[in-house]
Design a protein around this ligand. Structure first.
Ligand code: PA5
Ligand code: NI
Length: 187
């Protein structure tokens, strides 16, 4: 047999950069995150074009049964003392889970179930996070470097951002050299 050995996509584990594969890119900027941080006036004071996070995804077919693979690069920074974070979401298909792998930087993965019970997992190079179905998820960069994490999730899962329009139950702030967690009553 003379089958070709297919060259798969590659990821640089140290940086999360994909190579040898077409990728889709999406940048989320300060202007896109209205209402996401607790201190909305502080968000409006920042340059709207400042990028909070970039997502690079392999260009996979969006059909049922396929898996998406993407890397989130969440930059260091704060809005009114609250660490930069992703918008966060439930999957539209609530039963669908996801796996995150920490690649670089330090931060937290905030997980919240449908009853509003929240917990954190530490994210760092080599961390593995099994996000079960029915669980909303958000990355938070508590470090001074870029936080990059690779994610794999079912193409059919979809995103439901509206379900958490009032935010998550827990928020994370920089307090001098410490990480301070505050509980929100309407989250
Ligand atoms: O599938 C995921 O959970 C990630 O790829 C996120 O979509 C990514 O981190 C960006 O976050 P969000 O979709 O909440 O803006
Ligand atoms: Ni997700």
């Amino acid at each position: 047999m003379n089958l070709p050995f297919i060259q798969p996509p590659q990821v640089d584990w140290a940086s999360g950069a994909f190579a040898d594969s077409p990728v889709l890119r999406k940048s989320t900027r300060i202007v896109d995150l209205a209402g996401v941080f607790a201190d909305e006036p502080s968000r409006r004071m920042l340059p709207g074009e400042q990028v909070v996070y970039d997502v690079e995804m392999l260009n996979t077919s969006p059909t049922e049964g396929e898996l998406y693979t993407g890397v989130t690069h969440l930059y260091p920074g704060c809005v009114g003392g609250e660490y930069f974070m992703t918008r966060g979401h439930f999957h539209a298909r609530r039963e669908q889970g996801e796996v995150y792998f920490g690649l670089r930087g330090t931060g937290l993965l905030l997980l919240q179930d449908e009853q509003g019970v929240a917990r954190f997992e530490k994210v760092f190079a080599g961390s593995v996070h099994i996000i079960p179905g029915f669980t909303a998820h958000r990355l938070i960069n508590t470090g001074a470097e870029v936080l990059s994490a690779l994610a794999v999730w079912p193409a059919a899962a979809g995103h439901d951002y509206a379900a958490l329009a009032n935010g998550f139950r827990l928020r994370v702030f920089a307090n001098n050299q410490n990480i301070e967690v505050r509980e929100v009553q309407n989250g």
